[in-house]
Design a protein around this ligand. Structure first.
Ligand SMILES: Cc1cc2nc3c(=O)[nH]c(=O)nc-3n(C[C@H](O)[C@H](O)[C@H](O)COP(=O)(O)OP(=O)(O)OC[C@H]3O[C@@H](n4cnc5c(N)ncnc54)[C@H](O)[C@@H]3O)c2cc1C
Length: 436
């Protein structure tokens, strides 16, 4: 028998557990440990609440959690409640799948002003992440800006621009829905350091902007290279650029009161305001020979009382685990960090790729584990039994699969009209739902 601890119950954690289960069958016990009593990582706290079909992937993860030999241990933060070193004593293999939950800093003056938030904070706020329940982003100004040219930036801009009715069927949390419904924001500027060809936005997410009830996208035709340059793009990117070109060619629908302005070749150099964010100072850029953004020296102001930076994420440090500062992830080679210690998903690769990208990643690392600890081999490590004993001694109230289900059922029972559930937004409410 082998015992494996998969730390983190996001996509990477579940795909790894699935792969280990397939490889070892009855010869391994796999514990999926998470800091929260509810699983799924960014599927719950990141993926946009109005993209319910994407969140349905969690049904596959449920099957993994229900399979024999797999257990869920929630409400346990590795690195705080239990050290990685201790897990390595209890388990044959420890796989870190803790994602990359921290916002990268902009590194410009004014980024600590009230009104400037990271996308992890803003997204967490509307998705019911307990760390951001009290974020209260300022929504009383008419102008907001999102810094970044990826899908997360698009999510933030779209959520700021939707009407209440457009959230029907979503699981946006009530506090965010109310606040957004009362928001005064009419213009959202999306700032990118480079041009349309360099975006990291996918066609589906871009296309949605053309069909919003109250908001219209605005793109400057002069920002594009000549049409023939699109031929060199890979097909998905070409599709995205086509959508942007269509936006540029269409006169904005004046019946829509809100605008989403794509401001390309725009590098924020400072955020200014009287005790809070009021404007971004932006430097116009151009592409240099290597395709990087080069400042032109010309600056201008973009008004914004809410500034959301969506420029990437990093994993947290965990004591004793080597870290790659530049990549914002654990130092690893093909998923291997050290003897019997591995990383998968964003903790392994950094914050790129889709949910599906984590699948081959998890399977690859499971293969590596199985090569190092062949199926049929065994050890006398104690696994969950030892972990639970340790947690009890420390007064850590671990939760299990039944607790997770009970919380989800309670949330579903609190659903308001037009929403499948009302998520709890405070950690203590999860435990209260369990009567603890
Ligand atoms: C805002 C946003 C929107 C996105 N939208 C999409 C989309 O529409 N489509 C798409 O394909 N992809 C989307 N993605 C990407 C997708 O969410 C990621 O590829 C995926 O979630 C990464 O999986 P992961 O398991 O590595 O990390 P995560 O999903 O972050 O999971 C990490 C897990 O580890 C747990 N954890 C963290 N620290 C500890 C600790 N110390 N101890 C115990 N547990 C811990 C966390 O609670 C969490 O459950 C989005 C990402 C973001 C940020």
């Amino acid at each position: 028998m082998r015992h494996f601890a998969v730390v983190g119950s996001g996509p990477a954690g579940f795909y790894t557990a699935e792969a280990l289960g397939k490889a070892y069958g009855e010869q391994a016990r796999i514990d999926i440990i998470d800091r929260y009593p509810v699983p799924y990582g960014l599927i719950r706290f990141g993926v946009a609440p109005d993209h319910q079909s994407l969140k349905a992937v969690s049904k596959r993860y449920d099957k993994v959690a229900e399979s024999p030999g797999v257990d869920f241990i929630g409400n346990v933060t590795v690195g705080r409640d239990v050290a990685v070193e201790e897990l390595l004593e209890l388990y044959d293999g420890v796989i870190l799948a803790i994602g990359a939950p921290h916002d990268r800093k902009l590194g410009i003056p004014g980024e600590d002003l009230p009104g400037v938030v990271g996308s992890a904070e803003f997204v967490g706020w509307y998705n019911g992440h307990p760390d951001f329940a009290d974020l209260n982003p300022p929504l009383d100004g008419t102008h907001a800006a999102v810094i970044g040219n990826g899908n997360v930036a698009l999510d933030c801009a779209r959520i700021l621009s939707k009407t209440r009715a457009e959230f029907d069927g979503s699981d946006i949390v009530g506090h965010a829905l109310e606040a957004l419904d009362g928001a005064a924001i009419r213009t959202v500027t999306i700032l990118g350091r480079r041009g349309p060809h360099q975006i990291a936005m996918t066609p589906k997410e871009l296309g949605e902007l053309g069909h919003l009830e109250a908001a219209a996208p605005l793109v400057e035709g002069a920002d594009f290279p000549p049409l023939q340059a699109d031929d060199a793009l890979e097909p998905g990117q070409r599709k995205s650029i086509n959508i942007l070109r269509e936006f540029a060619a269409t006169a904005p629908d004046v019946s829509k009161p809100k605008r989403m302005i794509f401001d390309f070749f725009a590098r924020p150099v400072a955020i200014e305001g009287d005790g809070k964010a009021e404007r971004i100072i932006v430097e116009r850029t151009e592409l240099d020979e290597s395709g990087a953004a080069r400042g032109t020296g010309e600056t201008y102001e973009v008004p914004a009382s809410l500034v959301i930076s969506a420029i990437g994420y990093s994993s947290p440090h965990i004591d004793g685990v080597p870290y790659d500062e530049r990549g914002g992830k654990f130092r690893n080679e093909g998923g291997r960090i050290a003897d019997r210690l591995y990383a998968v998903g964003w903790a392994r690769r950094g914050p790129t790729g889709t949910i599906g990208t984590n699948r081959p990643d998890g399977y690859e690392v499971a293969e590596l584990v199985a090569a190092e600890m062949p199926v049929g081999s065994s050890s006398d490590r104690r696994g969950a039994e030892g972990l639970k004993q340790l947690l009890e001694q420390r007064g850590v109230m671990a939760t299990d699969y039944d607790d997770w289900r009970k919380i989800e059922e309670t949330e579903a029972g609190r659903a308001r009209p037009g929403s499948p559930r009302e998520k709890f937004v405070r950690a203590e409410d999860w435990l209260a739902a369990l009567g603890r």
